[in-house]
Design a protein around this ligand. Structure first.
Ligand code: GLU
Length: 329
């Protein structure tokens, strides 16, 4: 099973999301790593010809824009800098993807989304329908966060979780995070020489979560291993496999297929589209605590009655998503 999934081949995974991190797209001097990107786009073209449907989630707007505007700290010194850099860099980023895909006669589409777009059920369904339509038209959607308008509170901030959410919206079979690291290690491999790569993760339990720290190795993107594990939780919970593999090599998908090196998080069973969407949400409007009887009823799929509620916080209305917890005695 794992062997047949390595490389996410078209016959095992019909629809996949490919997330490309900033450090892979943009060289330290701020220029686009065009040759590497050409090698990836060549792989995308081949896979499409073999029947695989592909959505790209591409970072790099902030890093590219920061160079053009000569901003300090890669454009991440302040939120305003990041937003200005993203607005400038996104044009260049889309242009590169459109040019390279066009050289294989593939049309590219740009989709910029905020966290709020995917947390609101109607907008989420719209994004989902648009992705479907684009894929049906033979287009490769290239998605990024709409960084120039997202505020601190309603930002994904990293494209790892965005890729997982897009995977869910597109009902993808798999999500691959191309990273500057080749997978999940038992400890941070930069500081601990005994750290070992974990090839297969069947369940994301507290032991696995404890292996991550939050730093982005390159200092260019914003996602560290913690955001990658959160992405894995969202994707696998929605029935998609997720892999973290190295993008530090040319033609990274083929390299993964040949070497087998990477970390694969195996998908759990799908719960149904609406429940997946609920579970993948990153924000809630309020919280309820309930007594043991009510908690038990809910676990068995029965309704919540007012008598079982012991406390509430937040401001919410019909249709909003809230957390329900069992009150501790
Ligand atoms: N959306 C950001 C960009 O395009 C990248 C976020 C991340 O580093 O994951 O620059």
């Amino acid at each position: 099973m794992v062997k047949s999934l390595t490389g996410f081949p078209p016959q095992a995974t019909r629809r996949i999301i490919i997330k490309v991190g900033s450090a892979l797209l943009v060289a330290p001097d701020g220029s686009v790593r065009r040759e590497w990107l050409e090698s990836l786009v060549g792989e995308i073209a081949q896979r499409r010809a073999a029947g695989q449907e592909i959505v790209v989630v591409s970072s790099g707007s902030i890093a590219l824009g920061a160079r053009r505007l000569a901003l300090p700290k890669g454009g991440r010194a302040t939120l305003e800098d990041a937003q200005a850099a993203a607005a400038v860099g996104q044009i260049a980023l889309s242009q590169v993807w459109a040019d390279l895909l066009a050289s294989h006669d593939i049309a590219a589409a740009q989709m910029l989304v905020t966290l709020g777009d995917l947390e609101d059920r109607r907008r989420y369904l719209n994004a989902s329908a648009t992705l479907d339509r684009l894929i049906g038209l033979g287009v490769v959607p290239v998605v990024n966060e709409n960084d120039s308008v997202a505020t601190e509170e309603i930002r994904f901030g990293d494209n790892d979780r965005l890729a997982a959410r897009i995977g869910q919206a597109a009902r993808a079979d798999a999500v691959v995070l191309l990273s500057d690291i080749d997978g999940l290690y038992t400890a941070n491999p930069h500081s601990d020489p005994t750290a070992k790569l974990i090839p297969l993760i069947e369940r994301i339990d507290p032991r696995i979560l404890a292996m991550a720290d939050g730093n982005s190795a390159s200092g260019m993107g914003s996602g560290g291993m913690i955001s990658k594990l959160q992405a894995a939780q969202i994707a696998t919970g929605a029935g998609a496999h997720l892999a973290i593999i190295s993008g530090r090599v040319e033609a990274p998908l083929g390299h993964w297929q040949a070497s087998g090196r990477g970390s694969l998080f195996r998908a759990s069973a799908r719960r149904g589209a609406r429940k997946d969407w609920l579970a993948g949400r990153l924000t809630v409007k309020g919280k309820l605590s309930v007594d043991a009887g009510a908690a038990n009823a809910l676990r068995h799929g029965r309704s919540l009655l007012p008598a079982g509620i012991t406390g509430t916080s937040g401001a919410y209305a019909r249709g909003d998503v809230i957390d329900i917890r069992q009150a501790q005695r």
